[in-house]
Design a protein. Structure first.
Length: 637
């Protein structure tokens, strides 16, 4: 297996000094594709797929031609897959952003005793946002370094530049990720405050001076009062952004015919971020309920319309203490969202509110309410969007569970990668719930490369299947054999992880081959019209590790109607699992999945404890050695 040599791939012309993402060897990808799918599809189907893949990869065949074209592309692009990936993963996806696409970060529950407590929190948070933004603008954020597998490598910082400057513009067929280019004299920066489904412009810079916390508080108080005036309330236009992308694009094209609407849209599209001051939800604020409220805002008569989903960062501050961030995912990954959120929580803890000491600006211009002209057509769009959001709210089945049996420390003590172990546990759980394994997505960061985003670790390995089958047939197989199978599954998972983070996984590569054929207006290669390919990208299990060092957790919805979203946050002595699915699917149940997962994690722990006494490998470090050697220096030993 060829592994990237850092020096070989380094692009000397790139200021970040990071290497370019390599294009994996064609044959390696095709072999892995067959290996990844062979045990997930019926034998008959595999028999049809194998010759299709072989034909594609034959000498002088279509695969070789497309590979050559991809290699050429990689020479003149900083990252050969970036545009293809962005379109495929996000921009051409027509599903509504809430639940289906936008992950959320749930903050610790706050105890606001009064409205001024809430506004004080909001002013403090906005102060932190402005600080963080100036760090990004001044290129003063410390460079992130990889942790865990292949630790120590610097990571690409590009994604940070997009946190407060991007906007996802809906389009009839495909969206556009608009980026505001920073100029020498940036125009005044503003935040949009959503309150009671109304949108207000809060200038963060007035007369070249950044507003201090006291000023921000004063402005927020004024906004709150303006939002309370019932006669001035306008329809909840934000609901349109919660609709399918094509529907929202259509509604937007009607909306912009009016100049008032155009001006309002322009203010929202150019803002730094949104701060959504939510009404009390009226529900008990359990972890699960807070996750639900962040994901969709509750019913449309609650805070569902108090959002603008196209903007990457929406800080939600509920009067009942339910707080967090909703993130439009196309400009950056969850890890960047975590970094920003953690900075803010630390800022708020470490820098006491400066409301009392700061001198307020004498005459602050009043914040402005954004106006909308709603034609009957827009009213009809709003009714349709509200219905759709209501259905999404009813449909989402969420379970946030803190597994307290053990955490990553126990797993490390077994000399296993915690991430690989958790992935195997998720496979075990799926098997126990459904009696089979399915194509699984685990995000693997490729930020070691220029403009790197993610590739996929296909965790439903044949080795994982062998292990989960053995666990299911518990009486016939000895613990020592099961332990051996667990080691094999963990090794396979760790090996795939390393391939993925070094740019050698198969999903981006196959996507590149498919898209370059399209770009060259060639007939779609049979490999991509084959049923197996469609199955391979229907990710029934969509998983992601999003670890935090502050008390908070990330969650998201499933990516297919009959699937699960499973986000996990491993801590020293516990693991937070956020499992989502859709109630409309008869196949799935988040509660059942979580309950089963707890059992599977316990069984795996028992096995490890027994394995350590009965079937301890001669040297457990050696068990992982094949990987460790690749891991340490990034090249095959
Ligand atoms: N024995 C003992 N300890 C081990 C071990 C072993 N065999 N293997 C790993 N560990 C340790 C690591 O050193 C690390 O230690 P640390 O906590 O001190 O840093 C820890 O266990 C975690 O390592 P591991 O569980 O292997 O995972 P990882 O941190 O390498 O993460 C990925 C793996 C795939 C999750 C990570 O590479 C990645 O890509 N993360 C980004 C995911 C992402 O983008 N999420 C957001 C999507 S929106």
């Amino acid at each position: 297996m060829p592994v990237l040599k850092r020096e070989q791939a380094r692009d000397v012309g790139d200021p970040s000094g990071l290497p370019k993402l390599p294009v994996p060897p064609l044959q390696q990808t095709l072999d892995m594709y067959l290996k990844c799918m062979s045990h997930l599809i019926p034998e008959e189907q595999f028999k049809k797929t194998k010759p299709i893949v072989e034909k594609f990869g034959a000498p002088g065949g279509m695969g070789e031609f497309l590979q050559k074209k991809l290699l050429e592309r990689s020479e003149h692009k900083a990252n050969w897959v970036y545009d293809y990936w962005l379109e495929d993963m996000y921009l051409s996806n027509r599903l509504a952003l809430p639940v289906n696409s936008s992950p959320v970060m749930v903050f610790p529950k706050q105890n606001f005793r009064s409205q001024s407590d809430t506004l004080r929190f909001a002013a403090h948070l906005i102060s932190g946002v402005l600080e963080y933004k100036s760090l990004i603008d001044g290129r003063a954020l410390p460079v992130d370094y990889a942790r865990g597998q292949l630790a120590g490598t610097p990571l690409c910082m590009d994604q940070y530049n997009k946190v407060f400057t991007s906007y996802r513009l809906p389009g009839p067929k495909i969206d556009t990720l608009v980026a505001q280019k920073s100029t020498v004299m940036p125009e005044p920066e503003h935040i949009i405050v959503a309150c009671k489904n109304q949108f207000f412009v809060l200038d963060a810079v007035i007369n070249f001076r950044r507003l201090n916390e006291k000023d921000l508080y004063t402005q927020l108080e004024r906004i709150r009062k303006m939002a309370d005036i019932e006669e001035e309330r306008l329809p909840p236009i934000g609901l349109l952004t919660s609709d399918g992308r094509t529907q929202w694009a259509e509604a937007r094209s009607v909306l912009i015919k009016d100049s008032t609407n155009r001006d309002s849209l322009d203010m929202i599209e150019r803002c730094l971020c949104l701060v959504c001051l939510d009404e009390p939800s009226g529900t008990e604020l359990t972890d699960t309920n807070r996750a639900l409220l962040m994901l969709h805002g509750g019913r449309t008569d609650k805070n569902g319309g108090n959002r603008w989903y196209d903007k990457p960062m929406q800080f939600v501050i509920g009067a009942d203490g339910c707080c967090g961030v909703v993130c439009e995912h196309s400009p950056f990954e969850g890890i960047v969202l975590v970094q920003c959120s953690e900075y803010l929580l630390r800022y708020m803890r470490g820098s006491p509110s400066k409301l009392v000491r700061a001198a307020s600006m004498s005459e602050l211009p009043a914040p402005r309410r954004l106006r909308w002209k709603c034609s009957p057509d827009i009213q009809a769009f709003l009714t349709a969007s509200a219905d759709k959001l209501q259905r999404l709210v009813k449909n989402l089945d969420m379970n946030v569970n803190k597994f307290t049996g053990y955490g990553k420390e126990f797993i490390k003590k077994q000399k296993m990668s915690p991430d690989a172990y958790i992935q195997v546990a998720l496979q075990f759980t799926f098997y126990r719930c459904h009696g089979r394994l399915v194509p699984t997505y685990e995000s693997a960061s490729i930020r070691r490369f220029q403009e790197g985003r993610v590739d996929n670790i296909r965790s439903s390995t044949p080795e994982a299947l062998a292990f989960v089958k053995a666990m299911a047939n518990s009486s016939k197989i000895t613990d020592a054999e099961k332990m051996e199978l667990l080691w094999t599954a963990i090794k396979a998972q760790t090996k795939y992880t390393i391939l993925a983070i070094t740019g050698m996984a198969i999903d981006n590569h196959l996507l590149g081959l498919r898209e370059i054929a399209k770009e060259l207006k060639l007939e779609k290669p049979e490999l991509f019209s084959d049923t197996t390919y469609a199955t391979s990208i229907h990710f029934i299990l969509s998983t992601s590790q999003v670890p935090t060092t502050e008390e908070m957790f990330c969650c998201y919805g499933p990516v297919v109607p009959n699937g699960y979203g499973a986000c996990y946050n491993p801590q020293t002595d516990h693991i937070i699992f956020c499992v989502s699915s859709f109630r409309e699917s008869a196949e799935t149940s988040s509660d059942l999945f979580v309950k089963t997962l707890e059992g599977c994690l316990k069984e795996m722990q028992d096995l490890c404890i027994k394995g350590n006494t009965e079937a301890k490998p001669t040297d457990s470090t050696e068990k992982m050695d094949g990987n460790t050697k690749v891991m340490k220096n990034g090249s095959k030993s």
